[in-house]
Design a protein around this ligand. Structure first.
Ligand code: GLU
Length: 337
């Protein structure tokens, strides 16, 4: 999370002042000789709202449930996959190969999916591993990647503007987003749930009426909550870890976003629990510019291989099994248009 620098400055200011106060207290103590005089007020914990956290008022809308398109049907792969290191002339993959690396968009604080391992400093997680498969298929090895950390609400924009070639960031394929970018076939099926403190009485979405609920901005999660038509006090934040801080500080009663993300937050705080059934469908796709349909087809070829040869299952097992308590289910099937 990020803190408001003004609060940090205010802290720095009070430190000097409290040093002066402490000297004054000692003088008083030696003058009066009583312990009572030394009873200065106990320091109060300053509770900070994460920077960027705001309460929002969203009207119900069909944008997250829009079924005007078949959002998960993607472009079919080429009939044969090129050999790594030898991309077809004139293809977007050949441009990437010549450049020497893929520019990829990820998150760095979605534990289990796209996060920076504090021990190694490396980005890791399910999304990162999927992107490494694309590097493997173009270059013959996984490391040819330049990572760009993309804020949630700018995911489509970074892809559209060409700042990244491809983005894997727990991004739900929707008809509204499909107007802006192309998506690969589905590489994971998530669904929205609820995370609460272990001692909470909330057991599902029916209990959210009148409650303060946090979700990341730029996410389908916020709109899904608004669509419940309950009187929910919605808080949006820049990063889902900010939601966890707000839950820990008692500033919200629940967090509601994808089960995948909540499993990562629960793994970081044993005093929380996931409750209720999933109440939305969040199929994840890798986002690619509409200007490069050959690259979308290629990535779908990579995903077809990854599903078929057991790589998808081993990526699931190494990233998610400990948190979900299950070994890999069958990967989501591909659908082509
Ligand atoms: N899957 C949801 C979305 O794409 C939530 C993702 C997130 O908050 O990282 O909006």
């Amino acid at each position: 999370m990020t803190f408001d620098p003004r609060v940090v400055r205010a802290f720095a200011g009070t430190r000097k002042r409290s040093a002066v106060l402490a000297c004054a207290a000692m003088l008083l103590l030696s003058a009066s000789g009583t312990a009572a005089a030394a009873q200065t007020a106990a320091p109060k914990a300053v509770v900070v709202i994460p920077k960027g956290a705001v309460e929002v008022h969203l009207a119900p809308s069909s944008s997250s449930t829009d079924d005007s398109c078949d959002p998960t049907a993607s472009l079919a792969p080429q009939s044969t996959m090129p050999i790594p290191g030898n991309m077809p002339q004139g293809s977007y993959m050949a441009q990437i190969l010549a450049r020497g690396y893929i520019e990829v968009g990820v998150d760095q604080n979605t534990y289990l999916w796209g996060y920076r391992d504090p021990a190694t400093g490396d980005l890791t997680g399910f999304d990162v591993d999927m992107l490494q498969q694309v590097s493997q298929a173009i270059f013959g090895s996984p490391g040819h990647i330049d990572y760009v950390i993309v804020p949630n609400k700018l995911r489509a924009q970074y892809v559209q503007s060409g700042k990244v070639d491809i983005l894997a960031e727990t991004m739900t394929i929707t008809c509204a987003r499909e107007k802006l970018v192309d998506f690969s076939t589905v590489y994971y099926e998530a669904g929205q749930r609820i995370l609460v403190p272990s001692n909470s009485d909330i057991t599902g979405k029916q209990d959210l009426n009148g409650k303060r609920v946090c979700a990341p901005n730029g996410s389908t999660s916020l709109q899904n909550l608004a669509n419940l038509r309950e009187h929910i006090q919605l808080w949006e934040v820049d990063n889902e870890t900010d939601c966890l801080v707000m839950l820990q500080q008692g500033q919200v009663d629940a967090i509601s976003t994808d089960d995948t993300i909540l499993q990562g937050l629960a793994a970081q705080d044993p005093n929380t629990k996931l409750v209720g059934q999933t109440f939305s469908s969040e199929p994840y796709g890798m986002a690619i510019s509409k200007a490069h349909p050959d690259f979308t087809r290629f990535v779908n070829g990579v995903l077809a291989q990854v599903r078929a040869d057991g790589t998808w299952a081993s990526i699931y097992d190494s990233n998610l099994s400990a948190a979900t308590g299950t070994s890999a289910p069958p990967p989501p099937p591909a659908s082509y248009r």
